[in-house]
Design a protein around this ligand. Structure first.
Ligand code: IMP
Length: 431
């Protein structure tokens, strides 16, 4: 395959960062199609720690081009900090290595204030957003009042749009939420300066991607969040505000689906979720805490402890249906080492009836009781396994059972945080 989408098959935080890092080696160009700085991953390369929220980690390979496409919502302050940190450390020497979509929507201070104020008002019913202004920014985009990267390059146009937005947003912030207003002039000055700094990166990224495809380049599309957080198909309203599924990667990048060779879903060997919303296999006991501690399940963007639970096969089957998966990259199998039994949810029971599919409604989700299969665990430390055959028989059996109950081939198994702690069974770029 020449063009591969990698995306989350669960609720985000599946360990896409490591998988994208591995596959980046085989790709020429890495594209981030959707989401914003609600995403985050940490990479350790030669003992140096890098945290990425917006820029694809492929930027660490000087020969690779990276694209932040039109479907991404960009907080310029966060993006410029990422750019500056990379430059300070000797990366991104050539600005042409990073392309940013002229049509990407921009996160402004009022988006962040509205995100926070709304969550506060919702109280116990809050979504548990990352408070980065993602939802309000996507709302403005859909309402056709958003400010886009190209607007920052046109001072008069930007002033007009900013004034119109501030009139409405400040009314809401002050009168409805009882909070502070956002002043025009400092905001205008700050964002015009951001536009000036980002100018060298801003291009028609859809055209660039098309040119890359035409020249025979290999492209990796790096999805953000996870399938169950998709605005249309996820556990609404406990979702993010973009399409996190394969279709969203095409729309966000401005590339036709027929140009994509395949989609790889990333799934943990168990399940986690941050923020509110349904999670049928959630564990509230010691075993859940054990997984949280061993898997270091604390958010890389917000530091929040992640909710942990058993592998949920209906969720990954759903991800297969929505994305047409050509394979699953299974992460963090090592975290389950030492558990005497490992459980897999193979279906749900809702009102006494067995259901193979995820429910569509929140009420259905709340009523869903997992139907578990219990398998033997393994005691061995598996972090040095490099071939599938190196894994203990019970771990192999667990992986094979996951393939059976999800209907998707597991093409990669990750057994530790390091790049080389990986069992590659099939490489999609070589298929
Ligand atoms: P928002 O995207 O900040 O609006 O948050 C909406 C929901 O998506 C919340 O439950 C967040 O915890 C969740 N979310 C957003 N980004 C990520 C991510 O990168 N990983 C996991 N959950 C996320």
């Amino acid at each position: 395959m020449r063009s591969v989408i990698v995306l989350g098959a669960q609720w985000g935080d599946e360990g896409k960062g490591k998988i994208v890092d591995i596959y980046s080696e085989f790709a020429d160009t890495i594209v981030r199609p959707t989401g914003g700085n609600n995403a985050g991953h940490t990479l350790v390369v030669k003992g140096e720690k890098f945290v990425f929220h917006l820029i694809p980690s492929g930027i660490l390979h000087p020969g690779k081009k990276c694209v932040i496409a039109n479907g991404v919502v960009i907080d310029p302050k966060v993006l410029l900090t990422e750019i500056d940190r990379l430059k300070e450390r000797g990366f991104l020497k050539d600005d042409a290595q990073l392309k940013i979509g002229l049509l990407a929507n921009i996160i402004l201070p009022y988006h962040i204030l509205l995100d926070k104020a709304r969550e506060e008002k919702l109280g116990s019913r809050k979504i548990g957003t990352t408070a980065r202004g993602i939802g309000p920014c996507y709302e403005d985009k859909i309402a056709r009042i958003g400010i886009r990267a190209c607007d920052l390059l046109l001072p008069e146009m930007f002033a007009e749009k900013l004034r119109a937005n501030l009139e409405l947003k400040n009314f809401l912030l002050k009168n409805y939420f009882g909070g502070e207003e956002v002043p025009f002039q400092p905001t205008y000055d700050e964002y015009i300066a951001y536009g000036e700094r980002l100018k060298t990166h801003l291009i028609d990224t859809s055209l660039f991607i098309e040119e890359e495809i035409q020249r025979g380049a290999k492209l990796l599309f790096e999805g953000a969040q996870g399938t169950l957080l998709d605005i249309d198909h996820g556990t609404y309203p406990f979702v993010t505000s973009s399409n996190t599924t394969a279709g969203g990667a095409c729309t966000g990048s401005g590339v036709g689906p027929t140009k994509i060779g395949g989609v790889i879903g990333v799934s943990k060997a168990y399940a986690t979720r941050v923020g509110g919303g349904p999670f049928p296999t959630e564990l509230f006991d010691e075993e859940g805490q054990k997984i949280r501690d061993r898997g270091n399940e604390y958010g890389s963007t917000t530091g929040r402890p992640r909710r942990c639970g058993w592998f949920d096969a209906p969720v990954v089957r759903y991800a297969n249906r929505l994305n047409g998966l050509a394979g699953v990259a299974l992460t963090k199998l090592d975290v389950l080492s030492g558990l005497p039994r490992v459980k897999v949810c193979v279906a749900y029971e809702i009102d006494g009836v067995r259901r193979e599919e995820v429910p569509l409604s929140l009420a259905g989700f709340e009523a869903a009781k997992p139907v578990y299969e219990s398998l033997d665990g393994w005691k061995e430390d598996i972090s040095s396994a490099r071939e599938f055959g190196d894994l203990p028989k019970t771990a192999q059996k667990y992986v094979r059972r996951l393939e059976e109950v999800t209907g998707v081939e597991i093409i990669l198994v990750s057994v530790g945080a390091d790049r080389n702690q990986t069992i590659i069974r099939r490489n999609p770029f070589r298929a």
